[in-house]
Design a binder for this molecule. Structure first.
Ligand SMILES: [Mn+2]
Length: 305
């Protein structure tokens, strides 16, 4: 049996889609395969996505199982059910472990900088000439994973290949024209139901040498202005409880911007050294949106005074 699986902490929509759609392709090609995971989906696997009924399968380990890793290549972070020596293929878009896997697996390691791992799985379907036979749920999952991981095609890792894959997949997926908006609104609703959980789930701590605020949270929503209007007090209260130097980066898909929320003056001053910002009521707008890892790059490149 070939087991298609991903990371250990949680499944985002990209990992979720890749497992299911790649297992379907292998089965169609006569290779017995299952999508298996010990991890739970996170808020990017929205209620509508779950309603499509594509599911992971039960798994009883057998000695000669082979493993395919999707959307993960860091061997400290993959699902505990994986037997490292029995990994036969890796499909991923996270940097850092390309050489390790290339030496181990040769061309069976497909790790490339691209918006979504789902785009790489789409390319497998296309190369096999089987795209006309992909199921509706698998096409919809891969398309939604591309939307999410590319921040609706505004993220810096987005490529032409992601755009093309999405165009071809939506034709097979029977998705509504306003699906991107509906999807990101659903994710926002899930965040708003458990705001503190969402803040905690994507919070990183930096030391002062990074030139970033020491507590740095990030979230992706449809409408950042709406979120901040409704929940600003709760957010500020919770963030202040994490430290005296903090920032929340709210990525707003609707308008392709980042809202940086930082109440402490020291945090605003740190950010002012990285890029020109205008603060109004502790919020500064950055357009186009920026990811935390892009701000980190600015901080690390800053020469100490
Ligand atoms: Mn991904």
């Amino acid at each position: 049996m070939t087991v298609i699986t991903s990371g250990s902490a949680y499944l985002d929509i990209d990992a979720y889609a890749c497992c299911i759609a790649y297992a379907e392709l292998l089965n169609l090609q006569g290779v017995p395969a299952r999508a298996v995971s010990s991890a739970a989906p996170n808020s990017s696997v929205s209620p509508t996505v779950l309603s499509w009924g594509a599911a992971f399968q039960h798994y009883t380990p057998q000695a000669n199982d082979e493993f395919v890793l999707v959307d993960v290549s860091d061997f400290q972070h993959f699902d505990p059910l994986v037997v490292l020596d029995q990994v036969v293929e890796v499909i991923d878009h996270h940097p850092g472990f390309e050489r390790y896997w290339a030496e181990r697996l040769g061309c069976a390691a497909d790790i490339r900088p691209i918006g979504a791992a789902a785009t790489l799985v789409f390319q497998r379907w296309q190369a096999a000439g089987l795209l006309s036979r992909i199921s509706e749920p698998s096409a919809a999952l891969l398309a939604t994973a591309i939307l999410d991981n590319t921040l609706n095609f505004t993220g810096q890792m987005t490529t032409e290949l992601d755009v093309l894959a999405y165009e071809l997949l939506v034709q097979r997926a029977n998705l509504a024209a306003d699906w991107p908006e509906q999807y990101f609104l659903e994710c926002q609703a899930a965040i708003e139901v458990d705001l503190q959980g969402a803040l905690a789930a994507d919070l990183k701590r930096f030391n002062p040498a990074s030139n970033l605020p020491q507590v740095f949270a990030q979230m992706t929503v449809w409408d950042a202005d709406g979120l901040l209007h409704k929940h600003r007090n709760e957010i500020c209260g919770w963030m202040a409880g994490q430290g005296e130097d903090w920032l929340l980066n709210v990525i707003s898909i609707r308008d392709g911007k980042s809202c940086l929320l930082a109440e402490p003056l020291v945090s605003q001053q740190r950010l002012n050294r990285l890029l020109p910002l205008e603060w109004q009521a502790s919020v500064a707008i950055v357009k186009p949106s920026m990811l935390r890892k892009e701000l980190l790059k600015l901080g690390l490149n800053l020469n100490p005074v």
